[in-house]
Write a protein that binds this ligand. Structure first.
Ligand SMILES: [Zn+2]
Length: 241
């Protein structure tokens, strides 16, 4: 078990081992308390998981309730958005895009999974979609006013690269709604590796409020609020400087 050299969030060199799960080693940073898999799986290992991920009918049936949930999220904060250009990063089958479109947004979605994007185009043709990593966002899509990143960042071996691609596409004053598991929540088991969110190689990073604030700051995002959550999940609203 080899600890990493420095923490990706706070630069600390001090780590505690959290044990091993499914042959992936887990560590926690002594500075910001970020928990993470190390070493990260390689790109091929990650690609293999998403090839195995198959959409099924039940997912399409759940689309209705997902649209309702996204609508609720959008309604709560849309009055704070500086404009109507919306981007759902990790849009899956397009339910968030569709919810935004129905609320009058110019709605866009991107997802790494081509099958999901194909389904989104079929089910919700009113939105604009792109399949690929965030760095492949079509340049002609320009900048956005309101961005969703729902349950994405915990899957990424390099979250800084994700934000380096994302930040220039958020205009100054844009809103970011981001969710991810909360490793700092009181309901996370003492024996961290037994937490149901610890499922490498799917989930690789486990933020907490402090680590998330420190992570977002250099990318130009200030956290406006964390929603209260009974479950161990961070739900936050941030604004681009
Ligand atoms: Zn740290």
């Amino acid at each position: 078990m080899t600890a990493p050299a420095t923490c990706i969030v706070c630069g600390t060199h001090d780590f505690t081992s959290l044990g091993t799960k499914d042959s992936y080693d887990l560590f926690r940073c002594g500075g910001c308390k970020l928990a993470f898999v190390h070493p990260m799986p390689c790109a091929d290992e990650i690609a293999a998981i998403y090839e195995k991920y198959v959409l099924n009918d039940s997912y399409e049936r759940r689309a209705r309730s997902k649209i309702i949930r996204s609508t609720r999220r959008l309604r709560r904060y849309m009055h704070m958005s500086p404009g109507k250009r919306f981007l759902d990063m990790g849009c899956s089958i397009g339910t968030g895009v569709e919810a935004a479109r129905r609320l009058g947004f110019d709605a866009h979605g991107i997802d790494i999974d081509e099958n999901s994007v194909g389904t989104a185009r079929k089910l919700f043709p009113g939105g604009r979609y792109h399949a690929g990593p965030i760095a492949s966002l079509p340049p002609e899509w320009g900048q956005f006013d309101f961005l969703f990143s729902v349950e994405v960042i915990e899957h990424l071996p390099d979250p800084h690269a994700y934000f380096e691609a994302l930040a220039p596409r958020a205009r100054s004053g844009a809103l970011l709604y981001l969710t991810t598991p909360d490793a700092g929540h009181w309901r996370v088991p003492k024996d961290f590796k037994t937490w149901n969110h610890v499922c490498p190689p799917q989930h690789l990073l486990f933020f907490n409020k402090d680590a998330m604030r420190r992570f977002l700051d250099p990318h130009g995002f200030d956290i406006l609020k964390f929603e209260w959550n009974l479950k161990p999940g961070l739900k936050l609203l941030a604004r681009k400087r």
